[in-house]
Design a protein around this ligand. Structure first.
Ligand code: FAD
Length: 472
């Protein structure tokens, strides 16, 4: 049976009024423990604020761990070198060896991950992406928050935000009933902009003409993969694999055999730090929205069936996968795109492709515009000029019409096309760190984030190791 669908004319039920426990008060409250939330909590704590981070799950990492999204995409400028046909690295071969434009909290995380054997350093060999182990990621993220003195609460789903005499109160649904945490400044790192939207900030969703968003993908890890056998196949069929994706002929054959029905034309998978493992990014569910419970239920239902088909296809048709099996799938399907909260500035695709610079830069990115087709197969890729990076201004984190709420990560202010670039995890972490610093300074000054001088945010970010290209 398919899952419940949205009722046509739902009756409305009034709920009884309720009270909640006031659980804690803090300078800065970070809602969401993904890459942006980690950056925000570390940025705010290192700037001297009292910080609480809350998360709906029982672990940190967001998409990196819950949705098994791997690897961390490149944050290095691109060279003129392009991928070689038939390369079998299972990692992109067209990045670097340029300048890393994200540092700060990301560098701290990466150094710790590598030291604990949970990631490979970005290098020519990794295609300047960072393959990592999600279980090590969860532990390292916890350690970093502990060391920074961040308090946290897990299993707490933020459902509402209220304003009370200059402080913000966020309501959480928990097993202990509703609780409230009071904060001078709230940073929305939910990916979906849940808090900013509840607070009244305007937002956009999807493409300008039809509102469609990028598809969802359930990611999964396959183990007992034989890289040598796969490489031999690719050597014999160099037109069938391009760095991280391909197998067009085998997919067509499996489809003709009635073994595979997928809304994408190729397989996309990545190496991980484990030799006999790949991370598969090949399921696709279109015309669904990650802020809609009906769509989410349908997407989980459909993508888990696709995962089963893909696992069977790889095993039966693709050399190197004969003994491979699915060892883990995401706790939830990966959601690429939902609300883009409108801020004091909306970053555009032109800003990205022209590598635009802003005086109020708080983060930088080199990642291309990368749009998985919202309607079906195909992916659109538009790169920055070689050696270039674009700036993200602080104004993209300042939600319009709302004081005391900052946004970070994939819900910051930008257009649909621009979002496809700045949403990647290293950049989400960088905008998170910037929001954390701005929130900490706002709490210290007793002013709204908008009133914090951007030069103070930049100075503190630079002190924390962020790479803002010599703005100081
Ligand atoms: C299929 C897929 C493939 C991708 N591939 C890559 C890739 O290879 N490399 C890369 O760098 N990026 C990739 N991305 C993009 C990247 O994963 C995200 O854009 C990035 O994780 C955004 O970070 P975030 O912290 O803003 O949000 P998230 O990672 O989504 O974290 C949000 C956190 O908030 C929590 N949360 C949400 N709502 C609430 C609430 N109401 N109350 C409490 N907690 C809440 C969530 O549980 C989660 O922990 C991919 C994304 C997808 C979906």
């Amino acid at each position: 049976m398919p899952p419940l669908t949205r009722p046509d004319n739902p009756g409305l039920i009034s709920l009884p009024p309720r009270t909640a426990q006031l659980a804690a008060e803090t300078d800065v409250l970070v809602v969401g423990g993904g890459p942006a939330g980690l950056g925000a909590a570390l940025g705010a704590a290192n700037a001297g604020a009292g910080v609480i981070l809350t998360e709906r799950y029982g672990f940190l990492g967001g998409n990196a761990t819950a949705a098994l999204v791997m690897p961390l995409m490149s944050f290095h400028t691109q060279s003129l070198r392009r991928e070689k046909k038939g390369a079998t690295t299972l990692l992109p071969t067209d990045h670097g060896p340029g300048e890393p434009v994200v540092a700060g909290a990301l560098t701290t995380l990466l150094e710790r991950l590598v030291r604990e054997g949970g990631a490979l350093s970005p290098s020519l060999q990794t295609g300047y992406v960072v393959p990592f182990d999600p279980e090590v990621f969860k532990l390292v993220a916890l350690d970093l928050l502990d060391e920074a003195g961040v308090r946290f609460l897990f299993h707490a789903f933020a459902s509402d935000i209220i304003s009370d005499h200059g402080v913000r109160e966020v309501v959480f649904e928990t097993k202990s009933g509703p609780i409230v945490i009071r904060a001078r400044v709230v940073i929305d790192c939910t990916g979906d902009g849940d808090m900013a939207a509840r607070a009244g900030a305007p937002y956009e969703i999807g493409r300008e003409d039809d509102g469609l968003v990028q598809p969802m993908t359930l990611m999964f890890r396959l183990t007992e993969f034989d890289h040598t056998e796969f490489a031999a196949y690719v050597k014999q069929h160099p037109d069938q694999w391009r760095g991280v994706h391909g197998l067009w002929d085998l997919i067509r054959k499996a489809a003709a055999d009635g073994q595979l029905q997928l809304p994408r034309e190729d397989m996309l998978f990545f190496a991980t730090p484990h030799e006999r493992e790949v991370s598969v990014n090949s399921t696709r569910v279109t015309r669904v929205l990650g802020t809609d419970v009906w769509d989410l239920s349908y997407a989980e239902w459909a993508s888990r069936r696709q995962m089963r088909q893909i696992g069977a296809f790889l095993k039966r048709y693709v050399p190197g996968f004969e003994r491979a099996y699915v060892v883990q799938s995401g706790v939830n399907i990966g959601v690429r795109e939902t609300r883009r909260i409108l801020g004091d500035y909306q970053i555009t695709v032109e800003d990205i492709l022209q590598a635009r610079k802003f005086p109020d830069v708080i983060a930088r990115s080199t990642y291309p515009v990368d749009i998985h087709n919202p309607e079906g197969s195909g992916t659109l890729l538009k790169r920055l000029p070689p050696g270039e990076a674009y700036d993200i201004p602080l104004r993209c984190l300042l939600a319009r019409d709302v004081e005391d709420v900052l946004v970070a990560g994939r819900c910051i202010s930008g257009t649909h096309e621009a979002h496809s670039s700045y949403r990647v995890m290293p950049v989400s972490m960088a905008t998170g760190q910037a929001a954390g610093v701005c929130a900490a300074l706002a709490a210290r000054l007793g002013k709204p984030p908008r009133a914090v001088p951007v030069s103070d945010v930049q100075t503190e970010l630079t002190r924390q190791g962020a790479n803002l290209r010599g703005t100081q």
